[in-house]
Design a protein around this ligand. Structure first.
Ligand SMILES: [Zn+2]
Ligand SMILES: [Zn+2]
Length: 301
């Protein structure tokens, strides 16, 4: 099953040429989910040749404009393009008022059902699942209500013991892979425990933007295959980072190390920094497997 992250935007509050506001596509087995929807996200989707109406669910981290100003426009366009299937949006309290007021005043009637779920979680909580993925939320610390998200693939089917496959018919294989015994006239013909072994562990992606360095987050993201953590500042500007409720590259790397994740992506750089060089040096000194959130880049988990 494929599991990728596409970075659409990874800039911070002040946009720059080539550095857009936050938005990422999570794709699991060709099903796509959007995390954050900063201004211009629909243009970024067009540039990346993504069919806007393939987005199934949207998760908004917090209500600073750089993470959601693109949402009203994106939903309007979905309707103009003839979307019929409903869409679910998860985000902080206030999101429903914002969206509803916009559509009310502009007299917009959507061609599909829009379900807005306002979050209030004080700990990790499962908020959404379908046949391919489960999404969890957890609180971040950012001065206003803010949420991180975890995307987890659904565990795969059991694997058959290779040496025993020749004993089985195709139908029997399907039964065993789904975790059931093969039964013949009330007797167990092939016991699932003898013919299968567990699937690979489900892969997980953790998204932490925006937040100060907060070790309370560690248990929520423990062991993730990939962690995106904001790194708005460098350690030399740590006082400013704390004052603005943001983290440094060094702190993002320390989180990755403490949570024992496999790989770290850093982004949301302040517009004061021209490129990722100093951030990467700072992070890699603590957590070597760090990569930059380059817009347009797809990261495979
Ligand atoms: Zn932000
Ligand atoms: Zn923010």
């Amino acid at each position: 099953m494929s599991f990728t992250i596409k970075i659409l935007g990874a800039g911070s509050a002040t946009p720059l040429k080539g550095r857009h506001h936050s938005a990422q596509l999570v794709s699991i087995n060709e099903h796509i989910y959007l995390i954050d929807c900063g201004e211009g996200t629909q243009y970024r989707l067009i540039e990346e040749k993504i069919n806007i109406n393939k987005i199934e669910v949207i998760f908004i981290s917090h209500l600073h404009g750089d993470h959601y100003y693109g949402l009203v426009g994106l939903i309007s366009t979905m309707s103009l393009l003839g979307r019929k299937s409903s869409i679910q949006v998860f985000g902080p309290a206030g999101l429903n008022d914002i969206i509803t007021l916009n559509f009310k005043i502009s007299n917009t009637v959507l061609a599909f059902d829009l379900f807005i779920h306002e979050l209030n979680s004080l700990e990790k909580q499962n908020i959404y699942q379908d046949n391919y993925a489960s999404f969890y939320t957890f609180p971040l610390k950012h001065g206003i209500q803010a949420f991180g998200y975890i995307a987890e693939e659904k565990p795969g089917l059991l694997k058959l013991v290779k040496e025993k496959v020749s004993d089985l018919t195709v139908d029997e294989m399907v039964i065993l892979k789904n975790g059931n015994n093969v039964v013949d006239q009330g007797n167990i013909k092939f016991a699932v425990n003898n013919y299968t072994y567990p699937p690979e562990p489900a892969r997980r992606y953790a998204y932490c933007s925006d937040t100060v360095y907060d070790e309370n987050i560690v248990p929520y993201i423990e062991g993730a295959d990939l962690l995106y953590h904001e790194a708005t500042y460098l350690e030399e500007h740590k006082v400013k980072a704390l004052r603005n409720n943001h983290a440094t590259a060094g702190e993002a790397a320390t989180m990755a190390q403490k949570a024992n994740v496999k790989k770290l992506v850093i982004g949301h750089l302040s517009s004061r920094y021209e490129d990722f060089l100093a951030h990467l040096n700072e992070a890699k000194a603590i957590f070597e497997n760090t990569v930059p959130a380059i817009e347009g880049k797809t990261i495979t988990i």
